[in-house]
Design a protein around this ligand. Sequence first.
Ligand code: CDP
Ligand code: MG
Length: 144
Amino acid sequence: MTDDRTLVLLKPDAVSRGLTGLILARYEAKGLRIVALRQRMVTPDLAAKHYEEHHGRPYYDTLVEFITSGPVVSLVLEGERAIEVVRLMNGSTDAGVAAPGTIRGDYSLYYQRNIVHASDSPENAAREIALWFQPDEVAPRAST
Ligand code: CDP
Ligand code: MG
């Protein structure tokens, strides 16, 4: 079976609090491989495309304001069942009540400023990886 690839963001709260290395280490320790990695400011256009399914929701404007407020680390993680595994590691969306031991549960009290994003399906993973990275920024799959 081909390993999954998933798009992960360390949101501005994670980066500004100096949690980048600590969070990356957790994914690596789990056995997931980083196959693309970059830090950038997010343009309003990229934010709108990334969060297009949330257009019109009451929290949309503050969400875009938050994600464009400071540097974001974007990465692609690869591994068996990576999409499901990373969502489990990240924990519930509302970080205040996310289970301790999850990344959100361990590092945030808030619903919106919840440290990390991860793709929720193979379709969204493919869409989001193509949105955040050029093909030549992502490591080719190892030949077996
Ligand atoms: O990030 P996740 O897939 O767990 O949640 P989502 O429902 O796809 O929402 C995307 C992001 O919007 C969340 O991670 C929150 O930062 C934010 N959000 C919010 O501020 N208020 C809500 N009621 C729902 C989501
Ligand atoms: Mg989501």
